[in-house]
Write a protein that binds this ligand. Structure first.
Ligand SMILES: [Zn+2]
Length: 702
């Protein structure tokens, strides 16, 4: 039995995909050196290759191909006692969709492109140095891989299994084509046009295949060892039904460690997410220690288990100890905060709705061929979600994401505001819950083309949330979409613009021309101004995007009072703007949130672009005793390439109506009590210590 994955926070993979000799000879591969490396790096969780991208295995396999340089040696048999001795979690790493050996030994097992070529890594745009062959999971390779995994589990009893390059790539082999034909009654789409047209079928076909594959892996392996914990790479990007079948989650960051950490935490359903950045370490061209330390601190502060991987093995099998030292320095700091990690729930005033479905509905490009590329696919919703995370983080108000299938009325009521960032499809059930939530005093912020699609991606002519928004859609206006700034906003007097520059801020993309349906209960925050001209070969104004022209009078941002609550509507893709550096959105969202509700938690700091925080409520061990863990970080090292000046910690403000405090301690780097004050409005003012990378505090409730 092993549930080590729940408690290990310091993971590592020596990323050594190794071709045959003479390139890699393993002359100096040595378990004792490896033991010294693991100790030096203070690692408590290791992935060990059982089969790499070359198709080479590192143990005595009767099914697969052992790396020829190992000769009589069984590397896993050599290293496993070391892991046991050091009480390190042993995760078997196994690669599915890259196997350069097997696609040569069995060319008939290869994935095929639509024009009859063998699919390799980096296709179709030659985007990779490595061009490993890609076997098809619907060929007999599936049996081969499963047999090998069974062999690994039976003979080496790993604590956990990590499957890399998991999933199902788009393959045009005869088997895949036949299966598609049988299921959908037509040939697999090949032209760009058909692939877009039948995108949903293609995506369903591949996603279902992935999930069935996972079902099979689980059934076969858990029959041998029911306690084996199983995950796949990029876990948090699979659809919820697939995610829910994993024992724990592992994801590589897609939006930096800080925001990806939150995304991974909030899509994991509490299943012990690990976040493993591949860009912290660059062996031979090392980054400063502070980059390692901040990355690990950010991951841990977002309640993910820290993982790092790097190509630290030389071709003779010896190891780069510079890397071990850097990781060790970082992981010794992480070890100190481990008692405060886990068994806790993020505290948030703002909920950002996360949708798996929205970005699959409206596609403009054919589906990516490789399953790994597909997991990283992004659309309007993902972009807007990313922007919402950035803006909320900037506001210093607490926030988290909630997946669409988890967000019912009860869940909504945990938050003071719900953000709906360009969520094309909103279910009828959710619409009803949102209505109730607002009526009873909740606040909803809704942007862009939210609720303008049905479940099949067909465009609706009217907002699903028309009554809540108090807006009716007249038309989607792309008249100036070619301009970098497709419209400007004429602000109206409102607290929303309190700290904004006095100007007419620009937007880009589609403008939604709307009519007010309930004017007596509405406040107009701003109207759209058209650009003076649309850009063309013969029309322009100056170097930049054409200047503001006429005020159209169409609402740009509105507030609708409904029952005891409010709905803020942005008639454009507000949240995505920050990704393209529309700076004005930062202050507007902060002012807006502070106007809409009294935050339970607020970090007062002048370092709004640098300071980061997360607050968690600990799961109570003793009834009646409440405890919170607060992480404060300075992102300066990341923003500057390694500098860590001491910056003021600012002041943590907590509303006594939400959280009642007895004592506050700083617990990292060293433990000391922090004196705080309470003002006449029952707000706690907790002075935070200056910091270079991060500090952790423990708040004890009354
Ligand atoms: Zn195939």
């Amino acid at each position: 039995m092993s549930d080590k994955y729940k408690y290990t926070y310091r993971g590592y993979l020596c990323d050594h995909h190794s071709p045959d000799p003479p390139v890699v000879n393993f002359d100096k591969l040595n378990a004792e050196e490896c033991e010294r490396f693991l100790k030096e790096a203070n690692i408590d969780h290791v992935m060990v290759y059982t089969k790499d991208h070359w198709g080479n295995s590192y143990y005595d396999t009767k099914v697969g191909k052992k790396h020829p340089a190992l000769g009589e040696r069984d590397w896993i048999a050599e290293i496993k006692p070391v892991l046991e001795k050091l009480n390190i979690e042993f995760t078997a790493y196994y690669c599915f969709e890259y196997d350069n050996y097997i696609t040569k030994a069995h060319p008939e097992w290869s994935c095929m492109t639509k024009d009859g070529q063998k699919l390799v890594c980096g296709m179709p745009d030659n985007s990779s140095n490595a061009k490993w062959g890609m076997p098809c999971m619907s060929s007999d390779y599936r049996k081969y891989a499963l047999e090998q995994l069974k062999e690994v589990v039976r003979n080496y009893h790993p604590d956990s299994l990590f499957i890399d390059i998991f999933g199902k790539s788009l393959c045009y082999c005869d088997t895949c084509k036949k299966r598609y034909r049988e299921r959908f009654g037509m040939e697999m789409p090949e032209t760009e046009e058909d692939m877009i047209r039948y995108n949903k079928d293609l995506a369903t076909f591949l996603d279902d295949d992935s999930e069935e594959l996972l079902d099979e892996v689980k059934a076969e392996l858990k029959a041998i060892d029911p306690s084996l914990a199983i995950t796949v790479n990029f876990s948090s990007h699979y659809r919820k039904s697939t995610r829910d079948k994993l024992d724990y989650m592992y994801t590589e960051p897609w939006a930096g460690n800080w925001l990806s950490g939150a995304y991974t935490r909030d899509t994991s359903g509490g299943r012990h997410p690990q976040l493993g950045p591949g860009n912290v370490s660059q062996i031979f061209n090392y980054q400063p220690d502070s980059i390692y330390e901040l990355a690990a601190a950010e991951i841990a502060a977002q309640d993910c288990h820290v993982f790092m991987y790097s190509e630290s093995m030389r071709r003779d099998g010896s190891l780069e100890f510079e890397e071990a030292q850097k990781i060790g320095k970082t992981y010794r700091e992480i070890e100190k905060i481990e008692p405060y990690l886990g068994n806790r729930k993020v505290h948030a005033d703002v909920c950002i709705l996360q949708s798996d479905l929205s970005d699959t509905l409206k596609v403009t490009k054919s589906i990516p061929i490789r399953s790994v590329s597909r997991t990283k696919i992004s659309g309007k919703h993902r972009e807007a979600l990313l922007g919402a995370m950035k803006l909320c983080d900037y506001s210093k108000i607490s926030w988290c994401l909630v997946p669409e299938l988890d967000l019912d009325l009860n869940k909504m009521k945990e938050f003071k505001a719900v953000i709906i960032p360009s969520v094309a499809y909103i279910s009828e059930d959710m619409a009803k819950d949102l209505e109730r939530y607002v009526y009873e005093g909740g606040v909803v912020l809704i942007s862009g083309e939210s609720g303008l699609s049905d479940a099949d991606g067909k465009e609706r002519e009217e907002f699903l949330l028309k009554d809540l928004m108090g807006l009716s859609l007249e038309r989607k206006n792309d008249d100036y979409i070619q301009n970098p700034w497709s419209a400007y906003i004429q602000p109206k007097t409102s607290p929303v613009w309190k700290h904004s520059s006095e100007t007419t801020p620009p937007i880009n993309g589609t403008v939604l021309n709307c009519q007010l349906t309930d004017p007596s209960n509405m406040v107009l925050y701003g109207t759209f101004i058209n650009p003076a001209v649309g850009l063309s070969d013969t029309t322009w104004v100056n170097w930049g995007s054409p200047l503001p022209g006429e005020d159209t009078g169409y609402p740009a941002i509105t507030e609708h009072v409904v029952g005891d609550g409010k709905v803020i509507s942005f008639c454009f893709d507000f949240f995505a703007l920050i990704n393209e550096n529309f700076i004005w959105t930062k202050k507007v969202l902060t002012d807006l949130l502070l106007y809409l509700f009294k935050p339970s938690v607020f970090l007062a700091t002048e370092y709004v672009n640098m300071a980061e925080y997360a607050l968690y409520e600990k799961t109570a061990e003793n009834e009646g005793q409440q405890e919170w863990i607060f992480h404060e970080l300075s992102a300066c090292a990341r923003l500057t390439g390694g500098d860590t000046p001491l910056i003021p910690g600012g002041e943590l403000q907590i509303d006594g109506a939400d959280i009642s405090l007895e004592k506050v301690f700083q617990v990292f780097p060293e433990k000391k009590e922090i004196a705080f004050t309470v003002d006449e409005e029952n707000k706690y003012h907790i002075p935070l210590n200056p910091l270079r990378i991060h500090r952790v505090y423990q708040l004890i409730g009354k």
